[in-house]
Design a protein around this ligand. Structure first.
Ligand SMILES: Cc1cc2nc3c(=O)[nH]c(=O)nc-3n(C[C@H](O)[C@H](O)[C@H](O)COP(=O)(O)OP(=O)(O)OC[C@H]3O[C@@H](n4cnc5c(N)ncnc54)[C@H](O)[C@@H]3O)c2cc1C
Length: 424
């Protein structure tokens, strides 16, 4: 493959590449950006057509990104392509309806300007696309769907279908499954996954309210499910509201004013009256956890590896750390003269990802379940917990570090400014 083969067309692609990434969603695209610096011949295959048909997750969902993710996206050259300035998260407020106490984390208490930022997925998607266009060693195929894969100790083989029915075969030293929650690669390779259906739907809509958000993000837990409000540019708010699956159709059918009232009753009056809500979209909620992160010549990243309840705002933050860690492991292997995809390196990737993955899954799943419990004893414990969180020295720092994405073995690119300071 020549030095610059970064294109979206159905020209014949190389039949042997170093790395083939299946899925150019938020995580697969970020990984392609991280691998370019290593000079690996990378193929990125995506089922959606692009342009007016972007990847499905490049939609109106609001992404709360921890500082670690913001640092990494800046280092990868993606952040500078975001057109509308992301809104900083300066305070995080967590409360539960009917319980005493609440937790308030303020970035300034941790010597920081912000815990992270909120960006609309559509805008981050466009910024990733702009960055992908600049890469030197990337070849892209879209719209094209990987319909089958096999792997052996030497290589993985992908069968790729274009919408016109053309089929081509590509061999790769390393196959990366970044093909989302219902990963066909995971299934093709017989990797089992645990599923838990939360029997809930998450409604997302922008809103405006009487009072300014001032960089605040709120998570409020109610017996009917959690609701969150995030700060957006232009004084707008990004709202998410969970409802039981059996009520989802009725909530989807509400007119804007009735939905505004529902949101108000769940969120309360922290920002005064909610004046207006925008267009709504909704998503089913499930926890999916792959039982293996690696197989011969194959790794799983992002939602293909684990899909979380979005209330903790961790899914992409965690998936990005998968991508950054994989890039680091490959960099070390190359530096030591090994080709990508050797099993010991893949095991090293899995070893490094496990603690962060387990902790983040436990955190997100715990949040979604704990607050659904209405037993008075649990509620009292929860209230005492909220009070205690505000009083235990060091605990708020640990919570804040987790929220920012500085958990355990932090990938170098996520340290951002800290790396620059150390090497200065
Ligand atoms: C409402 C909502 C709010 C969220 N908020 C947050 C938040 O605040 N913070 C946060 O960190 N995370 C959040 N998340 C989670 C985040 O959106 C996901 O973790 C993230 O999108 C996962 O990215 P991915 O690239 O792994 O998978 P996906 O985005 O699902 O991308 C997979 C890609 O693979 C392609 N594909 C699939 N199969 C094939 C195939 N066979 N061949 C070729 N291409 C294929 C698809 O077209 C798709 O583009 C939220 C999620 C939701 C639903």
């Amino acid at each position: 493959m020549s030095e610059s083969e970064n294109h979206d067309v159905s020209v014949p692609c190389a039949s042997f590449v170093d790395v083939a990434i299946v899925g150019a969603g938020l995580v697969g695209a970020s990984l392609a950006c991280a691998l370019d610096a290593l000079g690996l011949r990378t193929l990125l295959v995506e089922a959606s057509a692009g342009g007016t048909q972007p990847a499905p997750s490049f939609d109106e969902r609001n992404l709360a990104l921890g500082k670690a993710s913001v640092n990494a996206l800046a280092s990868l050259g993606v952040w500078r392509h975001i057109r509308t300035a992301p809104e900083a998260i300066r305070r995080v407020h967590v409360s539960s309806r009917g319980d005493f106490g609440s937790v308030l984390l303020a970035a300034t208490d941790h010597g920081l300007d912000a815990f992270g930022a909120v960006v609309i997925a559509r805008e981050l998607g466009a910024a990733l696309e702009a960055r992908l266009d600049e890469l030197k060693h990337l070849q892209r195929l879209r719209p094209a769907r990987v319909s089958a894969v096999t792997s052996s100790a030497e290589a993985a083989t992908l069968c790729i279908e274009s919408p016109g029915g053309e089929i081509r075969e590509v061999r790769t030293r390393l196959l990366v499954a970044a093909d989302g929650s219902h990963s066909a690669i995971r299934e093709s390779l017989g990797i089992a996954a645990k599923h838990h259906d939360y029997r809930q739907r998450l409604f997302v809509a922008t809103a405006t309210a009487e009072r300014e958000h001032q960089g605040g993000a709120w998570e409020r837990f109610t017996p009917d499910g959690p609701v969150a409000v995030l700060p957006l540019g232009g004084g707008r708010l990004g709202s998410i509201c969970t409802v039981a699956a059996e009520q989802a159709d009725a909530v989807a059918a509400l007119d804007d004013d009735a939905y505004r009232e529902l949101l108000q009753s769940r969120f309360g009056y922290r920002l005064g009256r909610i004046n207006r809500v925008g267009k709504r979209s909704h998503y089913p909620l499930a926890l999916i956890k792959s039982e293996q992160l690696v197989a011969e010549r194959t790794v799983l990243v992002g939602n293909a590896a684990q899909t979380l309840h979005p209330i903790g705002a961790q899914g992409f933050n965690l998936g990005l750390r998968d991508a950054l860690t994989l890039a680091e492991v490959l960099e070390t292997a190359l530096g030591q003269g090994r080709e990508p995809g050797q099993i010991d390196d893949l095991r090293e990737y899995a070893r490094r990802r496990e603690p962060d993955r387990e902790e983040t899954l436990r955190f997100s799943d715990g949040l979604s379940r704990l607050f659904a419990i209405t037993d008075p004893a649990v509620r009292l414990a929860r209230s005492l917990g909220f009070g205690a969180l505000n009083g235990i020295p060091g605990l708020a720092e640990r919570l804040a570090a987790g929220a920012m994405g500085f958990r355990g073995d932090v990938p170098r690119l996520a340290l951002g400014a800290a790396v620059a300071e150390r090497s200065a």
